[in-house]
Design a protein around this ligand. Structure first.
Ligand SMILES: Cc1cc2nc3c(=O)[nH]c(=O)nc-3n(C[C@H](O)[C@H](O)[C@H](O)COP(=O)(O)O)c2cc1C
Length: 364
C-alpha cells in the first residue's frame, strides 16, 4: 500500500493531496479543526502544554461534528486530532479524554527524550488503539531515532522556516524532507521497522509550496501560519492583522527565545526556540534592554488589546517565513480547498509540460 492509500484507509474522510491544519496552542480549537475536516483535511486541536480543557474541547468538537450535515464519517474515531507538547503536558490527565473520545490522531511534539515520546505513544495506543500517532521532528537524527523507538504512523518533518516553536538549528524542508525520506527508507529496509508516512511543515501557505513539498517526497502538508488568517482561529484581531500586513518573512520574522522569556512560557529545552514577527520586544532585547524592563513594558502592552501588535508593538506574534504570501482572512474550509486545488493544478501542469532543447515549454 502506498502512502496515499494508507492515508485514505486511516482517515477515510480525507481528500488528497492531504492538507493538515497543524496544532497551535490556544489558537486552533474545535471550530477550526472541524472546519478543516469538512473540507477533507485533518484538523488538530492545539492542547499544547495544558490538557485541562481537553475533555471540553473534544466534547465541543463532537457536537460540531454531529450537527454538521455531512456528519461524522467514521464510527471508530472522532475525525480530528489533538496536538500536545509532551514536555509540559500531563499524560495521565490526557488519557481519560483520549480513551473516551478516541481522536483519529495524536500529534506529539517536543518531548524531553525519545523515551518520553515512546511512553506517550504506548499509553495512547493502549487506551485508544485506533488513534494514530503523529510525531513532529526537525532533524534527520530525530526522525531516525523516533522511527525506531516510537514507530509513529506519521512523521511530520518541520523545516526551520516554520512559525512557532521548533529546533534552534534546522534546515528548510527542501533538503530535510528528502534526506529524512532516504534515511527512514534505509532503516525500514535494514531493520524492518514499520514505515511512517511523511508530512511536510514549515512555510507552506499556498498551492505552489504544497506542490513543492509533494515533489520532495511528502505525502501531504501541514500548515500553521496560513490558518492564523482564518475566521475559525481563536486569535485577536491585532495578531491577525499582523499576519496580513507582514511580508518578506525571511527579513521580518526571527527565531528567538526572547518572546517566550517575556511571556513566561519557559520550560522549553535549549534545543528549541520559536519564530515570530519582529517587533519592539525583540528590537529592545537586541539593543541591550534588561529582561526586567522589557518584561515590564511587555506587561504594560498586554493592556492595550489589539493595539499591542505591530512593528512598534510588543505582543508575541508567532508566524512562519511564508507570512508574506497571506493576504486575506478566509474560512478554513476555503483555505484547505484552495491550497489542495492549486497544488493539484501545479502538479498537473508540471506533468503536461516539458522543456525543449532551447529551454522553452512544450505541451506534451
Ligand atoms: C502560532 C503557532 C502556534 C503553534 N503551536 C504549536 C503547538 O502547540 N504544537 C505543535 O506541535 N506545533 C505548534 N506550532 C508549529 C506547527 O506545528 C507547525 O510546525 C508550523 O506551524 C508549520 O509552519 P508554518 O507556520 O509556516 O505553516 C505552532 C505554530 C504557530 C505558527
Amino acid at each position: 500500500m502506498d502512502a496515499t492509500e494508507r492515508l485514505k484507509k486511516d482517515y477515510p474522510w480525507i481528500q488528497t493531496p492531504l492538507i493538515v491544519q497543524a496544532p497551535m496552542r490556544l489558537i486552533s480549537l474545535a471550530p477550526l479543526a472541524v472546519e478543516v475536516w469538512k473540507a477533507g483535511g485533518i484538523g488538530f486541536i492545539g492542547a499544547g502544554t495544558d490538557v485541562s480543557t481537553l475533555s471540553s474541547d473534544l466534547s465541543t468538537a463532537q457536537s460540531l461534528l454531529q450537527s454538521s450535515p455531512t456528519s461524522s464519517t467514521t464510527a471508530h474515531t472522532l475525525p480530528i486530532g489533538i496536538g500536545v507538547i509532551c514536555w509540559g503536558a500531563s499524560l495521565s490527565e490526557a488519557l481519560p479524554s483520549i480513551q473516551s473520545y478516541r481522536p483519529a490522531a495524536l500529534w506529539l511534539f517536543a518531548a524531553k527524550s525519545i523515551s518520553e515520546f515512546s511512553t506517550w505513544a504506548t499509553e495512547i495506543r493502549r487506551v485508544s488503539p485506533q488513534t494514530k500517532i503523529w510525531v513532529q521532528v526537525g532533524s534527520v537524527k530525530e526522525a531516525v531515532s523516533i522511527t525506531k523507538a516510537v514507530k509513529p504512523d506519521i512523521l511530520v518533518i518541520q523545516g526551520t522556516d516554520a512559525g512557532g516553536h521548533g529546533l534552534v538549528n534546522g534546515a528548510s524542508i527542501i533538503s530535510l524532507v528528502p534526506e529524512v525520506h532516504d534515511a527512514v527508507q534505509e532503516l525500514v529496509e535494514k531493520e524492518r521497522v514499520p514505515e511512517p508516512v511523511i508530512i511536510a511543515a514549515g512555510s507552506i501557505v499556498e498551492g505552489r509550496g504544497a506542490a513543492a513539498a509533494l515533489a520532495l517526497g511528502a505525502a501531504g502538508v501541514a500548515m500553521g501560519t496560513r490558518f492564523l488568517a482564518s475566521h475559525e482561529a481563536s486569535i485577536s484581531k491585532g495578531y491577525q492583522n499582523e499576519v496580513l500586513r507582514a511580508s518578506d518573512g525571511g527579513q521580518t520574522t526571527v527565531r528567538t527565545k526572547v518572546y517566550d522569556t517575556l511571556r513566561g512560557t519557559t520550560g522549553w529545552a535549549d534545543t528549541h526556540n520559536a519564530r515570530g514577527i519582529i517587533n519592539r520586544s525583540y528590537g529592545d532585547a537586541m539593543s541591550g534592554m534588561t529582561e526586567e524592563e522589557n518584561r515590564r513594558l511587555y506587561e504594560e502592552e498586554v493592556g492595550k488589546g489589539d493595539g499591542g501588535w505591530g512593528v512598534e508593538g510588543r505582543m508575541t506574534t508567532y508566524a512562519g517565513v511564508g507570512v508574506g504570501l497571506i493576504k486575506e482572512v478566509k474560512n478554513a474550509k476555503e483555505i484547505v480547498e484552495e491550497v489542495r486545488d492549486a497544488a493539484r493544478r501545479v502538479v498537473e501542469r508540471l506533468k503536461l509540460e516539458r522543456l525543449d532543447e532551447k529551454g522553452s515549454k512544450v505541451k506534451l
